[in-house]
Write a protein that binds this ligand. Structure first.
Ligand SMILES: [Zn+2]
Length: 291
């Protein structure tokens, strides 16, 4: 993004449902013994049966919404509302370069993208296995950890129970594995992602169906971070071109592009450093008046 490759980060993580958990498929079941709402599933090249997964967009949605409210609590103008890209509604200079558009966008659109701007972050689908050789065990896990729950249908217009109608929904509480890729992020953006992970673990951000009834709480755990960068030392893309690094050493290897995978203690040190060292920048970004 924006001409030059500075650095990229792939955050690989695991989520484990702590409560009932349903990412609804939105399909009406044909089979009468199926629940009314089932978990979204897809057949893969590697399995004969459909497996549950979390679409990247279903994971991104609640994270974006929470980030927007967090940014707005610091400065009302830091994140636009009424849908993504609202901050750019009066902006029609199509000839402008990406960076000019970026300067106009609110902080949420800068991170998550909008109809008028590419996203710095990519959310991949979360799958119920880490590598394809684990796929055989997944079906057993799904059988063990899926339950059918029932609720009462609510009449949306009246806000009351609709004729006492019960509906049945599926809950699957197995671990899922996913990754978020940040290409040329600003330092505060990467720091904010890890802050948001803490909020997920505190239960402030929930995912999927029936969140108000206590479902959708996840535990998130970063397992590794793959870093790639050009230049002698790791630096971050910066709107003002200052491209600063971190106060801890990252030792990538390679000539043209340096790469390194961080795990365990090195990874935790990196996460602490980025959270700590990006605070000031986040404050500045939140309080800078946009053009
Ligand atoms: Zn915006």
């Amino acid at each position: 993004m924006f001409d030059k490759f500075i650095s990229s980060f792939v955050i690989n993580f695991k989520v484990e449902p702590q409560t009932g958990f349903l990412i609804a498929s939105g399909k009406i079941p044909i089979d009468p013994i199926e629940p009314d709402t089932s978990f979204v599933k897809a057949r893969t090249t590697y399995s004969d049966y459909p497996l549950p997964y979390i679409p990247g967009s279903s994971f991104k949605g609640p994270i974006r919404a929470f980030t927007e409210s967090l940014l707005r609590s610091k400065n009302q103008n830091a994140a636009c509302d009424l849908g993504e890209g609202n901050c750019m509604k009066n902006y029609n200079n199509k000839k402008d370069s990406g960076i000019e558009r970026y300067k106009h966008a609110c902080l949420a659109c800068r991170m998550f993208g909008s109809t008028k701007m590419a996203s710095k972050l990519r959310f991949d689908d979360l799958l119920p296995y880490k590598s394809i050789d684990e796929i055989e065990g997944v079906l057993n896990r799904v059988r063990e950890k899926s339950t059918i729950r029932n609720g009462i249908k609510i009449d949306r217009a009246k806000g009351t129970a609709a004729g006492g109608a019960l509906f049945f929904y599926e809950s699957i509480t197995i671990p899922f594995y996913g990754s978020i890729t940040a290409k040329n992020p600003e330092k505060w953006q990467l720091g904010l992602i890890f802050q948001i992970f803490d909020h997920i673990n505190s239960g402030y951000i929930k995912f999927g169906h029936s969140k108000s009834r206590g479902m959708g709480r996840l535990k998130i755990e970063v397992e590794s971070i793959d870093i790639a960068y050009t230049g002698e030392k790791l630096t971050f893309w910066d709107l003002n071109g200052e491209n600063k690094g971190l106060n801890i050493e990252i030792n990538g290897s390679g000539d043209f592009v340096k790469t390194v995978r961080l795990e365990k203690d090195d990874m935790l040190k990196f996460i602490d450093a980025i959270k700590d060292e990006s605070k000031e920048e986040l404050e500045r970004a939140v309080n800078t008046k946009r053009e």
